[in-house]
Design a protein around this ligand. Sequence first.
Ligand code: NAD
Length: 241
Amino acid sequence: MSERGEKRTAVVTGGGSGIGKAIGERLAADGHQVAILDLNPDGSTFFGRKADVTDPEQVGAALDAVRAELGPVTILVNAAGLDGVSRFDKLGFEAWKRVIDVNLNGVYHCIQAALPDMVAAGWGRIVNISSSSAHSGQPYMTHYVAAKSAVNGLTKALALELGPRGITVNAVPPGFVDTPMLRKAEADGLIGGTVEDHIKRTPVRRVGLPSDIAAACSFLISEDAGYITGQILGVNGGRNT
Ligand code: NAD
């Protein structure tokens, strides 16, 4: 037993870096067994499987490997993500589709693969990492914002469907979290100034940390959060209220 409930098996996609990595560390500290699915799981110290979330066969094989090693998967955090920046009139369909594929269809494939274990257990927790840009909009990121908005919608609809089976579905849309994704965007001149400039405009006056997102996931996964489902829990220092 962990402090927050029973020891379970958690899969974190995108757990090789940034926010997903911090979520894996936090869930392990909470007493869960953690497995990472990532294109590059090497950054993780946990049971890792290389898988592209856009490929249902790779996702299915990875989930089978996790089950064989750690048992049924009753916690799933979808944190794998791919951003992209382009003026809409220059945005080709292939680039549009890839961003939708990773950020939206990947969530579909991973939930489909883990769901049977949750249904069999009569208990499950799904947390989808979307984005505060789904709330605020973001110029030059139409594909990304469309995908993340759809993830929020999926979260709300699926929560209604799975509630009777003991499974909660929530989303955490991060805003401005200090990860390789954010620093690359800063270096590429894509965030309208520096991280420091943004901190001055953030109500709590600091950049978000991966551990801030991980703490919200930890709560949503805990037994204490069993009456919370279909929610979009912003963790953004007050940037989007
Ligand atoms: P990151 O780039 O550090 O980590 C993303 C991880 O996803 C990487 O390890 C990468 O290998 C993995 N990944 C990418 N495509 C994949 C695929 N097809 N299959 C499997 N794994 C894949 O980014 P991050 O900042 O930690 O982002 C984590 C999540 O948070 C993403 O969904 C991102 O969209 C979201 N997010 C981040 C911020 C932020 O400020 N950093 C803001 C809003 C939303």
